[in-house]
Design a protein around this ligand. Sequence first.
Ligand code: SF4
Length: 318
Amino acid sequence: MPKKLLEVKNLKIHFKIGKGQYVKAVDDVSFDIYQGETFGLVGESGCGKSTTGRAVIGLYKPTAGEVLFDGQDVHRVSGRERQRLTGRIQMIFQDPYASLNPRMDVAEIIGEGLVLNGLASGRERLERVYELLEMVGLQKEHASRFPHEFSGGQRQRIGIARALAVNPEFIIADEPISALDVSVQAQVVNLLKRLQQERKLTYLFIAHDLAMVKHMSDRIGVMYLGNLVELAASKELYREPKHPYTQALLSAIPLPDPDLEQSRERIILEGEVPSPINPPSGCVFRTRCPKAMEICAAQKPTWREVAPGHYTACHLYE
Ligand code: SF4
């Protein structure tokens, strides 16, 4: 059994927006990520998945709960320990253009982390940048160019090279392919998979739809309105989704077989996602759930294991 590299325990992140008013961006979320796996975190925009990712890297402080990386509380370490820890966790962003400094050339962008972490400087730094460029499918010649001279896919490769520069063990990829053309998405996914094998990386892969994480993830967690509603091994989740929200998300993915595609039932969710300032009582999904019952408004469903390694929070399984 691989070891638990990341433990997210009862994480709550509430942002104060006025007197007594809070946005409950993440509301009691728990999951573990094992060394060497890819854990996909999926949900519509505003469900709290990116906030969760940012809390893991220490950018947001939890209102309650904790994030342990290799047994260490990410939010309680300081000084050298903190620096060591942040070197082990890196992030890749959705919009590589916005996350790359337009005034720095690629050598400076990728080499910055090497210098800051005292890993290489001068000629050695440049040699390392060349190696990293090659590792992500770019060339030595690209080192002296600026971000605007690259395509979206190439910029994402630069972002990946920058993340790899400090030899991380864990990478949070926050919608890394959402802004790319479909043809380029597969290339970036394949690159991330190859790097994972070569460098024994562990990934938290955040995406807004289940189709994107399908080929990447070992296990998947589904979030809705700040809550984790289902978690299972990837194949199991696609074969037998338990939560009505996951079932609706999966029914929206087109099937490659035209006959199956024509005959299957598509679940259309009515209404909008409610505000996280004033989430519904009981089950947060109840205002859009086609299977909602009386109890769903009165009681929050408990998180339980409904099959080995398959968890959900829904009154249908209580
Ligand atoms: Fe639907 Fe009720 Fe289950 Fe929530 S608890 S998902 S409202 S059936």
